[in-house]
Design a binder for this molecule. Sequence first.
Ligand SMILES: O=P(O)(O)OC[C@H]1O[C@H](OP(=O)(O)OP(=O)(O)O)[C@H](O)[C@@H]1O
Ligand SMILES: O=c1cc[nH]c(=O)[nH]1
Ligand SMILES: [Mg+2]
Length: 209
Amino acid sequence: MGNVLVLDHPLIQHKLTHIRDVGTGTKEFRELVDEVAGLMAFEITRDLPLEEVTIQTPVAEARMKVIAGKKLGLVPILRAGLGMVDGILKLIPAAKVGHVGLYRDPETLLPVEYYVKLPSDVEERDFIVIDPMLATGGSAAAAITSLKSRGAKSIKLMCLVAAPEGIELIHKDHPEVDIYLAALDEKLNDHGYIVPGLGDAGDRLFGTK
Ligand SMILES: O=P(O)(O)OC[C@H]1O[C@H](OP(=O)(O)OP(=O)(O)O)[C@H](O)[C@@H]1O
Ligand SMILES: O=c1cc[nH]c(=O)[nH]1
Ligand SMILES: [Mg+2]
């Protein structure tokens, strides 16, 4: 079964509390999501392989480490996943970015796919699927299925806030996928919103509704 890692660094928890706060406006919400995504990327890239190179310091020649030529791909789930992309790219600027467009039907709560564009070398890349919210898990599970059907072999999932129901669905549909979170919340309400959650991530990021 994939691991579930809750990245509870104090900076992440502090910023997430402000993200959750209903009084936080769009500008600050967007900035905080960007910052937390960057902090989470620091942890999610912990296992990147290193290789040795020879460099010349002003004092001596030395063998030092750099990140080996790993091919990474970020895949934000539109729309809300977009809010986390730049924060991660600041740390790993060489990553390619694919997009999966999904919205959750408000009646059925089932995901509807409307767009997919991935890097051409899908099979060679390690992907991180990004979405602030893992609620029923339907959207993330569908995005991962979509990547796999196009040849993706290595996939991690990164979300800000998850409900237990979402974790359960990812474990069931994609048992090999590791899940990285800033928080695991209590439950879903009758409308499929995470409790306490942070509301509708897309609307809060983009100022809609
Ligand atoms: O785990 P689930 O139950 O599938 O719910 C989570 C999904 O719902 C939200 O997207 P939404 O449908 O609001 O689309 P948006 O990002 O365009 O607002 C969120 O960003 C996830 O993609
Ligand atoms: O709590 C939730 C659930 C789904 N989508 C959101 O944006 N928030
Ligand atoms: Mg939304």
